[in-house]
Structure formats: C-alpha cells, structure tokens
Design a protein around this ligand. Sequence first.
Ligand code: ACM
Length: 534
Amino acid sequence: MPDTSPSLLASRPVIPRPLQVVPGEENGLALTAATRVSADPEARGTLVWLQRELGAATGLPFSSGDEDSEIRLSVDPSAGLGREGYRLIVDDEGAIVIGNDPAGVFYGAQTLRQLLPAAAHRDAPIGDTDWTLPAVGVTDAPRFGWRGLMLDTARHFVPKREVLRYIDLLALHKLNVLHLHLSDDQGWRVEIRRYPKLTEKASWRTRSQLGNPRPGEEPVFEERPHGGFYTQDDIREIVAHAAARHITVIPEIDVPGHSQAAIHAHPELGEVGEIPVGQRWGIFDEVLAVTDEVLEFYRNVIDELLELFPSEYFHVGGDECPKTQWKGSGSAQRRIREEGLADEDELQSWFIRQLDDHLTARGRRLVGWDEILEGGLAPGATVMSWRGEEGGVAAAKAGHDVVMSPTATSYLDYRQSESDDEPIKVGTLLRVEDVYLAEPVPEGLSEEEAAHVLGAQVNVWTEHIDTPRRLDYMVFPRLSAFAEKVWSAGERDYAEFEPRLLHHLTRLDAAGVEYRPMDGPRPWHTRPGVHGWG
Ligand code: ACM
C-alpha cells in the first residue's frame, strides 16, 4: 500500500501549532458510515460536539459503527499531559484522544477536525470528499490559561447568533475566554429584571457618530437609531454554548466612567440629571456619582449577572473615568473627606474596592482595566493591562494577577495596513505578523512575577464596526495569529507561520468567515468618505 500519510499530514498544518507532531507509519483512518465515536463519561460533551459538527460536515452518523473504525475519547489525568493538554493518536484502525481533562479532550477533537480536509468546517457535505485522517501522534498543551477575546457589544450591538458563531470560532482556535463588554456610554446590552429601564431606555440611541472628525471639526452622524440587547435567556444560551466548548464568558459592566447609557435610564446614578445615551465616540465627563444609592444599584446589577455568568471573574471596567465632575460634586467631596481619601483617584479606587468586597464575599474575583491601579489596587483585583505593559508590570510586581492586552499589539479595531483602502483607519498599524510576534509576557519580570501573567487577550472595540461582516474583517486572520501565540510555546517565526496560515484560511473560508485577505481589502471592504483620522 502506498504510504500517503506523511504528505497528507504535511498538507494539513494545525493552527495553533501543537507542541509535538510525529507522523505515523501507516496510511491513516478513513472515516466512513461505519466509524463510531465512543467516550468516557467525562468526555461525553466532546462526543456530542463531534457528532454534531463532524456529523453535519460529513453526513456521517458517528454512532453505531464497528470496532474496526473507532474514534475513542478518553480522560486520563494521570497521563501527565498538563492542564487542558491532550494526546491524539491516529492509525489504520482508529483514533484516540486522551485528554488530561474534558477541555483537553475537546482540544484533541479540534485538532482531529483540522487534520481532515477544510470542508470539515462546513455545515453540510458538499460531496466527493475523502475523509481520511493521516496517521499521526500529537502531544499538545497550552502555554497560557487565559486565551481571550473581548467583544465590545455596546458601541455596536453584536446579535446573539453572531456571539454564538464567535464562540465556535474561538473554540476552533483553542481560545477559552470570551469577555463581553456589555455597557458603555452608547448602550446597555443586558436585561436586568430589577431595573427594566436599562434595556427599555438605554439599549438604543437615536443616532451614531460616523467615523471620526478631523481634530477641531464637528463629527458627522448616521441619522438612524441603533440598538439591541441580550435577554437573560439569551445570556444563559450564550454561556451554555460557550461552556460546551470549554469557553468561559466574562461579563463587563464598565464603571464609574463610560456609564452615560445607564445614567440616561436612571438619572439619579449621575452627577447632572438627564443626559441622552451617547451618540459620539470618546471619553466624556459624565460619570457615576459615588453615593450609597449608586453602589446599591450596581451591587444589585452584579448580583443578577452573577446568577447568569458562573465565571470566576467579573469585569468592572474602571477605564477612562475623568474626575472633572467629582471635583465639583458635593457628594464626591464629602465621600473623600469621610473616607479620609487623598483625592479623586483614591475616590475611584475606593469605589472599585466596594465592588471588590462585594464580589469577594460571593466567591468571585474582580478584574478591571489598568486604571484601577491609580489610587491603590483593591486587594482581590486582577489587572487587564491595556495602556501598554506598564500596568501589567506594576500589578505583577505587586503580586496581583494580570492579563496582557496592550493596545499596540492587541487592539483588533486598529488598522491592518497604511493603505487608504483600509476601512475607517484608527489606532496604530497592527498587522498579522505584529500580533503573531509580540511577546505576551513583559520583559523585566522575575519568574515569580511572570507567573502572575495569566495570559493575554485581544480586544475588538466596535465604534467603527457596525456589522458582523465588518467584525470578521477586523478580527480575522489576526485572531488566528493571536491563538498560536497564546497556545503554542516555543519560537515564533512569521516566515514559518505564514504558509500554515494560508492553509488555515481555507478552513475559515469553509466556515464562512469574511476575513481580511492577506493582500488587502476587496472593494466592498472599503468605506470611501468615512475617516478614522486616528
Ligand atoms: C480601553 O480601551 N478603554 C480599555
């Protein structure tokens, strides 16, 4: 028999790159109607996923086949594979995935799917596909425990079906955190039963800024309403869909800045009475008052959300909170005096600390943007470092956990080339290779300090991303490069990665992802006349 397996294997590079891939001696396993899948009880979730996903793509039942062609899913914590690690062995008789834990089994199954033709990522068979898995032994485990994407659902709403699709795409890339930015000046996106006005009044705005104005000029608006929100049942569905794919969904309610939408629904939360839901992009003076009533309100909001989101972490934002209103506010100045605080920075820190106490008492952990360092870090806080690496370094040196997402290497709303054809160019240049090569762990940390770096995250802010098609264009293929950086240990050489990425694009094509082509935007990706000026 011809030995086709090594070339078959070489033609299907796995992204993110596994720790070790050893070609097998044999021809591999042809998946047919006789192939069955069996699983240990702890691995049943992956069996269901595999039957559903591979079953749809191939049209094969993967149920009552025979012993001569079996995919076996097994959990063995004693195999020494490491957290979320797995081993996948394919030979002529079958495939076995041994996971250190259920997540490891799931990642092994994702690798198995990538070892099939790209059509394995479609939703229905297209005919005439040879479903042969190459003979191989793969041993694999992730470098970091936090491998995340933040999706801003506030600036432009991301419909539930798209969130579910993104969860599938994160899972395809072995990413395990979806951070949902659920509130901002321009919208409140989650139903809170106790405060229905949040979604009745704050989940939509009358118009939206279009692009950015040149410095000194007035913005242009798109004169139509924009809105949307997730019901609590939508959130339950999203969280369960994610959990079945070993992804944790972390909610963010951004306080005490970026809160205009909430203040519109409940003017008593603010310092100045009635204000509209934000229509412009930027940083604004309208922030929360630091009163007992405001704290009570947000503790109640958090309590409802904790019931929906089982994640260990709850994100309270904390970024970009101008102190102008507090400087002139009687209640803020009284609080500063009563609590013996030095200034408004310490007032923000005091506010965050109240929420940290609340979350800690409920067995959860607070995470916030790196401004929560100013005025003193709350004892239980984890810091998301975004204004460069300094916040992450300071927090890790102080013994706090950190997640790295510095703008220069992690902001997927930033421009992908300097061409004028890039749509609504903002931020600095962030190409696929820049994402790929940037090292997540800052230099200058001791081993002990570096152990506080839980991992890294890319963030996609949606001021200028108003449709799922635009979202795909900004996120992919940069997310594929990010996934390899946070999953795969070892050297990263972009020249070695790029050909593998080109193959991976055929999987994204099959999955229907409208990524940015490597050679630049197609005509329909451009936004003539709408400028970022960033
Ligand atoms: C942020 O980009 N304001 C966290």
